[in-house]
Design a protein around this ligand. Structure first.
Ligand SMILES: CC(C)(COP(=O)(O)OP(=O)(O)OC[C@H]1O[C@@H](n2cnc3c(N)ncnc32)[C@H](O)[C@@H]1OP(=O)(O)O)[C@@H](O)C(=O)NCCC(=O)NCCS
Length: 179
């Protein structure tokens, strides 16, 4: 059964959780974060994100019950269209269906709570888990994006999108999502 993800608006109380991701070497390598990093600097960064949120970024923390499992964000200055980003952390949680569940919950949040009309996302092709998350979320391949490296491997972005109309059609016909 798919894990049930719930979102809570990112706030100062979540800053230590976000900062702790910087202690996870595997996570840092996949995100392209420097490792090791200064924990105090990371905490200050995570607190700033809560204290002075950018108008262009909506971040929510993902929970299963009371356990934090990562975050999802919506980025961009267009009120109707946003870029979806997501991360599951710590990396010991990967491979349990949380990324797929978080992306699906994020689309629901984007189209219902945020009233978006279109959501897009991109993943580096060599990041197979992330590509798979986007494909399983119901988003459609749009185009090849810029060249990028992932874990030292030369690759490129794959961009995906979904409109509110397409998402609503999938809700009335869940089989269309596949497994
Ligand atoms: C990408 C990420 C969100 C995936 O989270 P997750 O909880 O492991 O995702 P899931 O368990 O739902 O797995 C999704 C799919 O990827 C596959 N997968 C998981 N790890 C994999 C790996 N290392 N290599 C290839 N496929 C992998 C799973 O088998 C699953 O496919 P399946 O259902 O066909 O079996 C997580 O690895 C992460 O947060 N990475 C760091 C941040 C990041 O890359 N964010 C995306 C930026 S676009």
């Amino acid at each position: 059964m798919s894990p049930e993800i719930q979102f809570r608006p990112y706030s100062r109380e979540h800053a230590p959780i976000l900062a702790s991701y910087a202690l996870d070497e595997v996570y840092c390598a996949h995100e392209g974060w420097a490792y090791p990093s200064d924990p105090d600097r990371m905490l200050a960064w995570a607190e700033r994100l809560a204290d002075a949120p950018s108008d262009d970024l909506v971040r929510v923390m993902a929970f299963v019950g009371d356990d934090p499992v990562g975050y999802v964000d919506f980025q961009g200055d267009d009120a109707q269209e946003k870029e979806l980003g997501y991360a599951i952390a710590p990396s010991s949680l990967w491979g349990r269906g949380l990324g797929t569940a978080a992306a699906r919950a994020a689309l629901k949040h984007g189209f219902t709570s945020l009233r978006l009309e279109r959501i897009w996302a991109e993943a580096v092709e060599a990041n197979s888990a992330s590509v798979r998350v986007l494909e399983k979320s119901g988003m459609r391949f749009l185009r090849r994006g810029d060249d990028a490296r992932f874990l030292g491997v030369p690759s490129h972005y794959r961009q995906y999108e979904i409109t509110r109309e397409q998402w609503m059609a999938q809700q009335s016909s869940p089989d269309a999502l596949g497994a």
